[in-house]
Design a protein around this ligand. Structure first.
Ligand code: AMP
Ligand code: MG
Length: 284
């Protein structure tokens, strides 16, 4: 099954999350079965990201969104782990600071847009300004409404001006799965620090969040910056799907290693001279 095609929100289509199963797990039936493909993807990702860095023509922006407990941090640990940290920047979007509030909502996102050769991961993103802000009516309808077009235009700017490939992942879990994950956090002293009281109060707004996600996914999935709905009840499938889509996108870039800037024959000659002087044999 081609996961990139299957999980992509087709531009112009209307998203109904009720029709998507967050427990979907594709052709593999367990973590053990999926392990080989995941390892393979992570290996390819490492190789391709190094080429992206060397090629310096394209950049990659990965947006992670999802309700609390959906696994945004998990993706950063388990998937992005496959990349060389020198070429990647992970940016967490928290409540805006007072300086950020004094600017337009895209200002803080734009300052973290990836340079050519680099990868940026947004753990939450500019979409918070049409998600939590919409659910809690933090701005008026008049301010909110144009934001979808502003987002599309800004993402197009990155795509056209900076050859940025944009992949947006909505990590979709069920309400029951969220409660089960909250319980795991509660029972595991190593994870209790992640608990916040707002996890529970926000749950009361579940349906409003689902509607806000449906609107954002419907209005902002474009050819140049598509959304993907990632069924995430199974963490192993979530990791597999995200890694597969990233690998496909990197392969589509047709990355090339730059040509050497020196005459390689001449460097061979210089090397042989040095090796002879040092009395070492050339290694094959
Ligand atoms: P976490 O990702 O769990 O550390 O939580 C970050 C919190 O910041 C979440 O509750 C987000 O909804 C909130 N947040 C992020 N961006 C915004 C924003 N633009 N306006 C209001 N709250 C936000
Ligand atoms: Mg959280």
């Amino acid at each position: 099954m081609n996961l990139t095609r299957h999980l992509r929100v087709d531009p112009g289509s209307t998203v109904d999350l009720g029709a998507i199963d967050p427990g979907f797990h594709g052709e593999h039936n367990s973590e053990v079965e999926a392990r080989e493909t995941l390892c393979n993807n992570l290996g390819l990702m490492t190789k391709l990201q190094r080429q992206l860095d060397a090629d310096r023509k394209h950049s990659l922006l990965i947006v992670l969104q999802g309700i609390d407990g959906a696994g945004k941090d998990g993706i950063c640990w388990h998937v992005i782990n496959g990349m060389d940290p020198q070429g990647v920047q992970v940016v967490g979007f928290k409540q805006p600071t007072s300086e950020e509030r004094d600017h337009d909502f895209l200002w803080r996102a734009h300052s973290h847009a990836p340079a050519r050769g680099r990868v940026a991961i947004f753990n939450r993103s500019h979409y918070e300004d049409v998600l939590v802000v919409r659910v809690h009516k933090l701005v008026s309808e008049e301010v909110l409404e144009p934001r979808y077009d502003f987002i599309n235009n800004w993402e197009r700017l990155l795509s056209v001006e900076n050859d940025t490939t944009i992949l947006k992942f909505f990590l979709y879990i069920s309400k029951d799965e969220q409660l089960a994950r909250f319980k795991e956090r509660l029972d595991d002293p190593a994870h209790q620090w992640k608990i916040s009281a707002s996890d529970y109060t926000e749950r009361h707004y579940w349906n409003d969040y689902i509607k806000a996600f449906e609107t954002a996914l419907t209005r902002c999935s474009t050819d140049y910056a598509p959304w993907f709905v990632i069924p995430s009840n199974h963490k192993w499938f979530r990791d597999l799907a995200v890694s597969q889509i990233i690998v496909d996108a990197l392969q589509d870039m047709k990355l090339e290693l730059p040509k050497p800037t020196v005459d390689i024959q001449e460097i061979h000659r210089l090397y042989r001279q040095e090796a002879e002087a040092a009395g070492t044999k050339e290694r094959h």
